[in-house]
Design a protein around this ligand. Structure first.
Ligand SMILES: Cc1cc2nc3c(=O)[nH]c(=O)nc-3n(C[C@H](O)[C@H](O)[C@H](O)COP(=O)(O)OP(=O)(O)OC[C@H]3O[C@@H](n4cnc5c(N)ncnc54)[C@H](O)[C@@H]3O)c2cc1C
Length: 273
């Protein structure tokens, strides 16, 4: 079985921003829409995508023509000045054509955990306005739980909030899960509705504004009293959280490596591309 759940169809789908709103101190929700988004099959959970967006000052969004694995080689071959920026994001919510909030075409909400002008994606989200051009390439799911485990552990900091909340929103009602989500500010906590009684969501708020994101979640899970029985773990966010928590789960909690999906979404002090 593949580690990931890949989409059955891949296309670089162009879209435009239809709304952008600061929803809490550290989150901006950007909604994109367009007919080409109809090509994306909603898979729920942590469905993620590559987002292509212009560099500052670029008038035109030039895109790779290939949606296969060659897109990256094509993108690399474009000159640094003419190629678009590309970063990874999660579908926070998708509304099919006809059931949209802003128009008749398919809409996707993206929740950006913003960090000022430190990166091009964060800076883009802060200035996003209706009409801005983007394109996305669906990448499917990383979350792919092994069958018949007793419970699940879901852990992330703010960049993985959309993924963890998406997993909870798509999960069966009888899911047993311990969930840890770290945010920078109490007002960044989002309401998670419709989860079953077996789901225990713990929001962790960083006290220290300069602390490395993810360390609070890492330390809290390390010291937590967790259920016994077999476990599947999904850990995502800053790379130290992902790699150190995996090490802890394998070495100290006897979780098989094959039962852990751990993804460094970004690396402290280093740009993604
Ligand atoms: C599968 C996947 C799904 C993702 N989904 C989301 C999502 O839905 N929402 C979301 O906000 N992020 C998400 N991310 C994380 C996002 O791709 C990274 O945070 C990305 O680096 C942001 O790009 P940037 O251009 O702003 O910064 P970059 O150019 O990559 O980095 C510039 C600087 O900013 C720092 N930095 C990057 N990200 C953060 C951060 N989150 N907080 C503080 N400092 C940061 C870097 O360490 C670096 O010093 C996802 C990543 C993956 C792999």
């Amino acid at each position: 079985m593949s580690k990931f759940v890949k989409p059955d169809h891949r296309q670089i789908a162009s879209a435009r921003v239809v709304a952008a709103k600061q929803i809490s101190p550290n989150f901006i929700r950007v909604t994109i829409a367009g007919e080409e988004l109809d090509s994306i099959r909603p898979m729920g959970f942590d469905q993620w995508f590559r987002m292509f967006f212009p560099q500052p000052g670029q008038e035109e969004l030039k895109l790779p023509s290939s949606a296969s694995a060659f897109w990256f080689a094509q993108w690399k071959l474009m000159s640094k000045d003419s190629r678009p920026n590309v970063r990874n994001y999660t579908i926070r919510e998708m509304r099919r054509a006809g059931s949209g909030t802003f128009g008749d075409t398919t809409e996707i909400d993206i929740d950006f955990a913003v960090h000022g002008d430190l990166g091009p994606a964060s800076a883009w989200a802060a200035k996003a306005a209706a009409g801005d051009e983007v394109a996305i390439l669906d990448e499917g799911l990383i979350y792919n739980p092994v069958a018949d485990v007793d419970w699940q552990l879901l852990v992330g900091e703010e960049s993985a909030l959309p993924a963890v909340v998406g997993i909870l929103n798509s999960a069966p009602a009888d899911l047993r899960a311990e969930v840890f989500i770290e945010v920078a500010d109490p007002e960044d906590i989002q309401e998670v509705s419709g989860v079953g009684e077996g789901v225990n969501v713990r929001w962790l708020v960083r006290e220290d504004a300069d602390a490395r994101p993810g360390i609070l979640a890492l330390d809290t899970v390390k010291n937590a009293d967790l259920p016994s029985g077999s476990c599947y773990a999904f850990v995502a966010g800053e790379s130290e959280l992902a790699t150190s928590l995996r090490r802890h789960l394998v070495n100290d909690r006897n979780v098989p490596k094959s039962n852990i999906a751990f993804t460094g979404y970004w690396k402290f002090g280093r740009a993604s591309a």
